[in-house]
Design a binder for this molecule. Structure first.
Ligand code: PLP
Length: 439
């Protein structure tokens, strides 16, 4: 235990998605952050291989964002968003509309990725009802999907540990995931095999009837489950099937949004435009909790019906479009534009991919998947203890000054988009060393 940890009472804070009892025996504490690095409480520099939690895309400690938030809090700390507004929310929505994929420029503000997902699912249901398709109440997700922790999100999600203790909504079904290690491994580019897995949506239409299905939601690149890159042509095919059956397509871009793949959004990368897109994280560079749901005009406009004094959507949050979050978001977009960060990943993706692939023959590595500035390195699990090998590696990396993320036995990497090529090499060098020493 460090001196800082020793001075704290660790019992009261119930930590999220954490092995609380294990953590509190040997806490890992971060106390400062700047650029590509955190500092641990014992003063060590930690290279950030995960942009915090896929969110600090412009790097840490950006003074412009801090100043914008502080100025806004001094000017006006809070304004109610129901039947009232403040200028920054409009300005931020307009700025987001300008970088949105074609036509997705009607923006609903939330406070997190989970709330963006709940909002998108509710908008999809309300849309179908508004256009006279009220029997369309079923929501389709995908195995291994992660869509946050709300009841809608865990219901369409497909990660069993996030679901088994809680129960899920009725009227949800799932397509198969796209991971096919027998045919796609160590891919150079998009996996070649598996576009036909999009036909699962067709199968679910045959099973349930299109007239019962409101929307299908997928992560364009599945992140939390351990980086699954979609097979070439898969998302195009899903778009085509959804359109043909009047099913709304929702892309959950909470991690792929804001430059992660080397394009502003994954929709741009794949050339596929969904009807609704959920975002959060990089929206404010992680500096304020905020999410945004980008809706196609057709979706929005269908709901702008009825008498003009009627509230069109009975949904919203006390902190939707919070002034400090909008200020952080606007300052973040300025940085992204000035430094070209929404497309910088494209220039680095080749180096990133080649560097990661040098780990191909490292001990325990069974697959490596990369796209843009994302990588998943899959390890062979220990026979009787799945997940422990990657977790041990995560702890060792932290001890050696590198922050990675692990999910099961997969290492996931997603650094800030300001990363230098030498820092990519440093991540790989540390991983190579730790893999060699991990049993
Ligand atoms: N959707 C996706 C694809 C995510 O990766 C995440 C978080 O990692 C979420 C939703 C939930 O976001 P939050 O943790 O902000 O609620």
């Amino acid at each position: 235990m460090t001196a800082t940890a020793n001075a704290l009472s660790l019992d009261e804070f119930w930590m999220p998605f954490t092995a609380n009892r294990q953590f509190k025996q040997a806490p890992r504490l971060l106390t400062r952050a700047s650029g590509m690095h955190y500092a641990s409480d014992d003063g060590r520099a930690i290279l950030d291989g995960t942009a915090g939690l896929w969110c600090v895309n412009a790097g840490h400690g950006r003074p412009e964002i801090a100043a914008a938030v502080a100025d806004q809090l001094r000017e006006m700390d809070y304004a109610p968003p129901f039947q009232m507004a403040h200028p920054l929310a409009f300005r931020f929505a307009t700025a987001l509309g300008a970088i949105a994929p074609e036509g997705l420029d009607r923006i609903f503000f939330t406070n997190s990725g989970s709330e963006s997902v709940e909002t998108a699912l509710k908008i999809a249901l309300a849309y179908q009802r508004a256009i006279g398709q009220g029997t369309r109440t079923r929501l389709i997700g995908r195995e291994r999907g992660y869509h946050g922790v709300g009841f809608g999100g865990i219901s369409v999600g497909g990660i069993v540990n996030n679901r088994r203790a809680f129960g899920t909504l009725a009227g949800v079904d799932h397509m198969r995931h796209t991971h096919d290690p027998a045919r796609n491994r160590f891919c150079d580019g998009l996996p070649e095999h598996g576009a036909d897995l999009a036909d699962d949506l067709e199968r679910l239409v045959a099973l349930h009837g299109a007239e019962t299905i409101a929307a299908v939601i997928v992560e364009p690149v599945a992140g939390s489950t351990g980086v699954l890159v979609p097979p070439a042509g898969y998302l195009q095919r899903l778009r085509e099937i959804a359109t043909r059956h009047g099913i709304l397509l929702i892309f959950d871009e909470v991690i792929t949004g804001f430059g992660r793949l080397g394009t502003p959004f994954a929709a741009d990368y794949f050339g596929v435009t969904p009807d609704i897109m959920t975002t959060a994280k990089g929206l404010t560079n992680g500096a304020q909790p905020m999410g945004a749901v980008f809706c196609g005009r057709h979706v929005h406009d269908a709901l702008m019906a009825g008498p003009e004094n009627a509230i069109e959507l009975f949904h919203g949050y006390t902190y939707s479009g919070h002034p400090a979050a909008c200020a952080a978001g606007l300052a973040t977009l300025d940085i992204y534009a000035r430094e070209g960060l929404l497309t910088r990943g494209a220039a680095l993706a080749g180096h990133w991919h080649r560097a990661m692939m040098t780990l191909r023959d490292a001990p325990h590595v069974v697959d490596i998947r990369t796209i843009g500035l994302v990588a998943g390195i899959e390890l062979d699990p220990r026979a009787a203890a799945p997940g422990t090998r990657a977790f041990d590696l995560f702890v060792d990396c932290f001890a050696r000054g590198l922050l990675v993320r692990v999910t099961g036995d997969i290492i996931a990497l997603s650094p800030p988009l300001i990363i230098a090529p030498e820092q990519i090499d440093a991540i790989v060098a540390t991983l190579a060393e730790v893999l060699r020493e991990t049993d």
